[in-house]
Each structure stands twice: as C-alpha cells, then as structure tokens.
Design a binder for this molecule. Structure first.
Ligand SMILES: NC(=O)c1ccc[n+]([C@@H]2O[C@H](COP(=O)([O-])OP(=O)(O)OC[C@H]3O[C@@H](n4cnc5c(N)ncnc54)[C@H](O)[C@@H]3O)[C@@H](O)[C@H]2O)c1
Length: 254
C-alpha cells in the first residue's frame, strides 16, 4: 500500500478549473486523500479526464463567470454533503500587452474570470461552509498578485484583487470557523504557462530567459509543488493559518 495520508476523508468540496493544470492536480490529490468533490470547468473533455481519475467525483460543466452555472455546482455539492472545502483554480491570463493597449473587452474578460469567478464560487460556498460549522478555502492567485507584472499587467491587477478578496474572507469569516488562504505561484509548468509563450510569439524566448534569470532557483515549478501547499493549507494541520498569501516560486519574490 502506498503511504498516502488520508486527511480529507468525509470532506466534501468544490474545485473550479479542475479540467487542467493546477486545479486538476489539486482535485486528484484531494480525491486520493478521501475528499468527495464537485469538479467544475468549462472544458467538458478535460473535466471528464479528471473525473475518470477522481473516485466518486461529480462533474459540472460551466463558466465561472455565470452565477447560474455556479448555482448548478452548488446544487451538486448539496447532493453529496456539507461543503467544507473550496479550491478556486479557474483563471485566465488575458492579454500580454501594456495597459493602454488592452481593449475594454479583454479587461472585462480577465476580471470576469479571475475576480468575479472567484467571488461567485465564494458566494456559493461560504454560506454552506458556515452552516456546516466551518471549512477551508484556497484560492489560486499568483506572484503577479503581489508584485506588478509588466508582461501581463491586466492579469496582475486581477490577481491582486484575488489576494485581497481572500484576505477579506479570512478576516470576515473566521468566526464561522472558515479559514481562507491564497497561493501565489510563480511560473509553473502548465498549459497556461505554455500559452503565455505561444502568445508572446517572437518575444517568447527572451521573456522565458528573463523569467528564469530572475528566479533564484533558475527553474520553473512543477504542478505537484503547488498542490502540496494547497492540500496543506486545506488540512487541519494549518488550523491557525488564515489569510496567508503564500508565494510558491523558488524564491522569486524573496
Ligand atoms: N501556471 C502558472 O505558471 C501559474 C502561475 C500563477 C498562477 N496561476 C493560476 O493558477 C490557476 C490555474 O492555472 P493553470 O496554470 O493550471 O492553467 P490551465 O490553463 O492549465 O487551467 C486553467 C483552467 O481554468 C479553466 N477556465 C478558464 N476560464 C474558465 C471559465 N470562464 N469558466 C470555467 N473554467 C475556466 C480552464 O478551462 C482550465 O481548465 C489560474 O488561476 C492561474 O492564473 C498559474
């Protein structure tokens, strides 16, 4: 038998962005440790692939910017038990251009997915956690939510909002037994990171070299290096950690 801890047996939760990358890996790890999950994403095929490897998971295909779609996820949660876990990983990078060159539609889309999408998930799950006597939230922000990013400034602004929304939950809901923390990954090897370089075209090699050169560890992170922190923050071992914004970046922001 593998020596896997089972920290989440009997726990129910929602993972957004579960079709790919960090959300998928967090969902797989939570399910492997006993959690029963509702997996949410707009990518039906990717979600089905995750669900096939997640024992007992329910799948809800939808858009995090749609209150009606998130309501369907909430109904799926209610069908399997009191929700005490939330991971918000759905996110979008948006334009890799300076702010004056960003269109209004691009700006609205980035904020709709990253900020409104996180808020809608919190709005659905927090009352359920409170009714259950408490729970734990981990949002996925970014190192670019702590310091400015000249390559994708719209994204950076939206992730800054995610950091402070999470901290506001930490301060506002602690007395309901709810903890909320955010992780702030640096560059992690996922489809989103590869998408950054594709979008940059002939600037990609220079930006990738710059990202690596600025990192004291001189490498990008692996998905499991974020998942480990997400599960720790969700677990009872982190019972007095509330409102943290944890960089996971090899020392990039140190
Ligand atoms: N990869 C990195 O280097 C990195 C660094 C810092 C933060 N992040 C953040 O981590 C989170 C996960 O990113 P990832 O790297 O795993 O990317 P990813 O592209 O692999 O996964 C993102 C998931 O979000 C889903 N999604 C996007 N928009 C959605 C919407 N409107 N409704 C529902 N689902 C939607 C996508 O379908 C996808 O499955 C994101 O919030 C991202 O901003 C990633």
């Amino acid at each position: 038998m593998p020596d896997t801890p089972l920290r989440f047996i009997g726990r129910v939760g929602l993972v957004t962005g579960a079709a790919s990358g960090l959300g998928r890996d967090a969902a797989l790890a939570l399910a492997a440790e006993g959690a029963r999950l509702v997996l949410f994403d707009r990518d039906a095929a990717g979600l089905a692939e995750t669900a096939a490897r997640c024992d007992g998971a329910q799948v809800v295909v939808g858009d995090v910017t749609s209150a009606a779609d998130i309501d369907r996820a909430a109904a799926a949660l209610d069908a399997i038990g009191p929700a005490t876990l939330l991971v918000t990983a759905a996110g979008t990078l948006g334009p890799t251009r300076p702010l004056p060159e960003v269109t209004e539609a691009e700006f609205d889309q980035v904020f709709a997915v990253n900020v409104k999408g996180t808020w809608l998930a919190l709005k659905a799950v927090l009352p359920r956690m409170a009714a259950a006597g408490g729970g734990a939230v981990v949002t996925i922000a970014s190192g670019s939510g702590i310091v400015g990013n000249a390559v994708f400034p719209t994204y950076s602004a939206s992730k800054g909002a995610v950091v402070l929304m999470t901290r506001s939950v930490a301060t506002g809901h602690a007395m309901q037994g709810i903890r909320a923390n955010t992780v702030c990954p640096g560059q992690i090897e996922t489809p989103m990171l590869r998408g950054v370089f594709e979008q940059l075209g002939d600037r990609a090699a220079g930006v990738e070299a710059m990202f690596r050169a600025k990192n004291p560890s001189a490498r990008f992170g692996e998905v499991h290096e974020v998942t480990t922190a997400v599960l720790f923050l969700l677990s009872d071992a982190a019972s007095y950690i509330n409102g943290a914004a944890l960089p996971i970046d090899g020392g990039r922001l140190a």
